[in-house]
Design a protein around this ligand. Structure first.
Ligand SMILES: C[S@@+](CC[C@H](N)C(=O)[O-])C[C@H]1O[C@@H](n2cnc3c(N)ncnc32)[C@H](O)[C@@H]1O
Length: 251
């Protein structure tokens, strides 16, 4: 089976890419606070290495993570020992009753990795209805996605390196199919040796229209808006949008 956030990519995500959720955390905590949530229950979908879960538990919230990659869950359990973390897909793991749901880092866009057998992924509207059922009235839902651009389809090549690793990723959007394929090649030093291992993953991501997501959120009963940032310190990269939705309080 093709690996999806296997050991090497999980290590690289933790060591080199956790800065985004760390920068988003203060604005998201402020949002929860502003909604009257001081010690709420927050479910983080695709919690990755647990950076946001840690910020939540430190701020006094009960944090629950759902993450499909066992390698990332190991990091998350180390980083956020007070969070409860379920290993599994967000599409098959029951969503507990909660005050807020988050999904940072394009989580809701991911399709199963090539060659992987997985549960059928529901459409956005069906999934948003599930989130709405789990949330208490007045609850919050915040997430981000790659969205279709009015300009030209995304085509990016990125390179990043850290201590003992390097990663190269090429992302190509197929605008007609509303899909993005990210081809990721990693190099990781083996222990303390001067030998390196090469590994490879291919991720496929849905690329909806921003208006389609807003419509699906409203159809699921949310009051919703899109933004280009999770607050001052966490602007979205080009072609991404953040969504903030609130389940109305009853009557
Ligand atoms: C770009 S990472 C973001 C991780 C973390 N939320 C953050 O902001 O640092 C995307 C995450 O989504 C997770 N993911 C993707 N599809 C998933 C699914 N169906 N169920 C659970 N986790 C999923 C991946 O394993 C990965 O941890």
């Amino acid at each position: 089976m093709a690996s999806f956030y296997g050991d090497d990519l999980a290590h690289i995500q933790h060591d080199g890419f956790r800065d985004f959720s760390a920068r988003a955390a203060p604005a998201l905590l402020k949002l929860l606070h502003g909604a009257g949530l001081r010690r709420g229950t927050v479910v983080d979908l695709g919690c990755g290495d647990g950076t946001w879960l840690r910020a939540l538990t430190r701020a006094g919230h009960a944090a629950i993570g759902i993450e499909v990659s066992p390698a990332l869950v190991k990091h998350a359990r180390r980083q956020a020992p007070r969070a409860r973390i379920h290993v599994g897909s967000i599409y098959t793991t029951p969503l507990p009753a909660c005050d807020a749901v988050t999904a940072l880092g394009e989580v809701l866009g991911y399709l199963p990795a090539a060659g992987e057998r997985s549960a059928r992924i529901p459409g956005f509207a069906a999934f948003f209805r599930r989130v709405a059922r789990a949330l208490r009235p007045g609850g919050l839902f915040a997430f981000d996605l790659v969205v279709r651009s009015a300009k030209r389809p995304l085509h990016t090549r990125n390179y990043r390196e850290g201590e003992g690793w390097a990663v190269l990723a090429e992302s190509i959007e197929d605008a007609k199919r509303g899909r993005l394929t990210r081809d990721i090649t990693m190099f990781r030093r083996i222990g303390a040796s001067d030998r390196w291992r090469r590994s490879h993953e291919v991720h496929r991501v849905r690329v909806p229209e921003k208006t389609e997501i807003l419509r699906a959120l409203r159809d699921a009963g949310f009051v919703a808006k899109a933004s280009n940032a999770y607050g001052r310190n966490a602007a979205m990269l080009p072609g991404r949008a953040a969504f903030f939705a609130r389940k109305p309080k009853r009557g």
